[in-house]
Design a protein around this ligand. Structure first.
Ligand code: 5AD
Length: 466
């Protein structure tokens, strides 16, 4: 049977899609190659959110096919995921050695297409068409792949995004919002928990919009078919996403629930109350801010103001004191003036994010922002990126230091990749903790005392408490 090597670029959704493709092939008897040179098939699961991510994958593919040619190896190579979706056949025109281009609604067809290519039945395959129900096809897991994944798993709950922020290519790469049903998701979560998973992260491009576009009666049909009943002990004000959280929360043996990525506009009172009411829901929230200037937020079509954003942070901190709040910010969006940028800096000082991901604005094809006037020169984008990074890192480091001497609960994921003598776990607010552990700690929820901090890492000591 053939072997495959999958390299993933981009977000956790992409990681999850790669895992599902790997699991699909493993179920058919394939093996996972340790290196790309040893593999019969190499797949690059791509990201389009910034130009840099696309260039990285294209360079990688050039190197792969170049190396295979030099070493006179025959290897099937393919692009899948977001860039495959947005560029399609054009990728083969540019790189004629590429055999497969698999779009974001076609991951479940990987085995079938690769078999056809390996058998020589087809020479090239490009499939980036839309496919009904594809949102429910990312479900197979590789629980024995790495020790860590058996403690914590990711579950894809929806695909696509209808928000159409003016900078963002995702609606073009992931399509319209489509959600799986609650019974279907809960069944997958139950299976994972039965196999030892303690923590589940619900995934989607805009999870707070989960189920908003689906017809209720479809879920009714699922119930009539004898699937898990929809949890109904809530008022009708509760959004489908919170209903899903409630349903997953009921799973016995599951210890922790997380989700990503949400939209700030989705933090209505029902979701804020869910934090107060559902103890398994971890006190951590990723709230992508993008900008602290109302003028820029409007140009981005984000649907909230600075004031509204601050209000959400305050509500969350009231519902769950100590909640970890992280964010994404874009530096140098078209039209951003020094004053707009300073509003972003001041908002960061005000909120004190636990961590922030800063991105230089990157024009994406066919997005409204790419055609906006007053594009910010690259040099200024870089300079603002740097200033913002310095500020958010300084705040984050201070917040990490505040943990020294405190006792925190961690879920132990497994040995640290860098130093296997150390074990790694996560706090409920999603910080990584390293400690001197052993196999018996794996999968345990345990308390450690934080002794010192490193760069975005806490070092804990369990001995003090034992
Ligand atoms: N340029 C720079 N950053 C972007 N992001 C999305 N689109 C772009 C773009 N065109 C960032 C946003 C988003 C994160 C995943 O990537 O901050 O939240």
């Amino acid at each position: 049977m053939p072997s495959v090597f999958i390299k993933t670029y981009g977000c956790q959704m992409n990681e999850r899609d790669s895992e599902a493709v790997a699991a699909q092939l493993v179920a058919k008897g394939w093996s996972l190659a340790k290196t790309e040179t040893a593999a019969d098939v190499v797949l690059l699961n791509t990201c389009s959110v910034r130009d840099f991510a696309e260039q990285k994958a294209i360079n990688k593919m050039q190197n792969l096919v170049g190396a295979a040619r030099n070493q006179q190896r025959t290897q099937i190579v393919g692009f899948m995921g977001c860039m495959a979706q947005s560029r399609g056949r054009e990728l083969i025109d540019q790189l004629p050695d590429v055999d497969l281009v698999l779009g974001t609604q076609k991951f479940h067809r990987a085995a079938e297409y690769l078999d056809a290519l390996l058998a020589g039945k087809r020479e090239k395959i490009v499939d980036v068409a839309a496919e009904a129900k594809s949102e429910a096809t990312i479900r197979e897991h590789l629980l024995n792949g790495s020790a860590k994944t058996s403690v914590s798993a990711f579950v894809s709950i929806m695909q696509g995004c209808n928000q159409h922020c003016t900078f963002c290519i995702v609606p073009a790469t992931r399509g319209e919002e489509r959600s799986r049903t609650i019974p279907d998701i809960v069944a997958e979560c139950r299976e994972l928990v039965a196999r030892g998973v303690k923590e589940i992260t619900l995934l989607g491009q805009i999870v707070t919009s989960y189920g908003r576009r689906e017809k209720r009666d479809e879920w009714q049909v699922m119930r009539d078919l004898g699937a898990e009943p929809l949890v109904t002990h809530h008022s009708s004000r509760v959004t489908p996403f919170v209903q899903l959280l409630e349903a997953v929360h009921e799973i016995e043996g599951l210890e922790r629930i997380r989700f990503t990525s949400p939209h700030p506009k989705g933090y209505g009172d029902d979701l804020v109350e869910a934090y107060a009411r559902l103890p398994k829901l971890c006190e951590s929230a990723h709230l992508p801010l993008q900008s602290g200037s109302d003028r820029i937020l409007k140009l981005m079509r984000r649907g909230y103001t600075r004031e509204k954003f601050l209000g959400i942070v305050e509500k969350l901190r009231r519902a769950r004191p100590g909640i970890g709040i992280t964010t994404d910010i874009i530096a140098g969006f078209p039209g951003e003036t020094e004053e707009d940028f300073e509003l972003t800096l001041s908002l960061c000082r005000e909120v004190q994010f636990d961590n922030a991901y800063i991105f230089k604005y990157s024009p994406r094809r066919d997005t409204p922002a790419a055609a906006m006037p007053d594009q910010v020169p690259q040099k200024i984008r870089e300079e603002r990126n740097e200033r913002l990074l310095n500020l958010v890192n300084e705040i984050a480091a201070r917040k990490y230091d505040a943990f020294i001497g405190r006792q925190v609960e961690i879920l132990v994921e497994g040995p640290s990749k860098k130093n296997p003598a150390r074990y790694t776990g996560r706090t409920r607010c999603n910080r990584i903790v390293l400690f001197e552990g052993s196999a018996r700690h794996q999968g345990q929820l345990m308390d450690v005392k934080i002794e010192r901090t490193g760069s975005f890492t806490l070092y804990g000591d369990p001995a003090i408490l034992e």
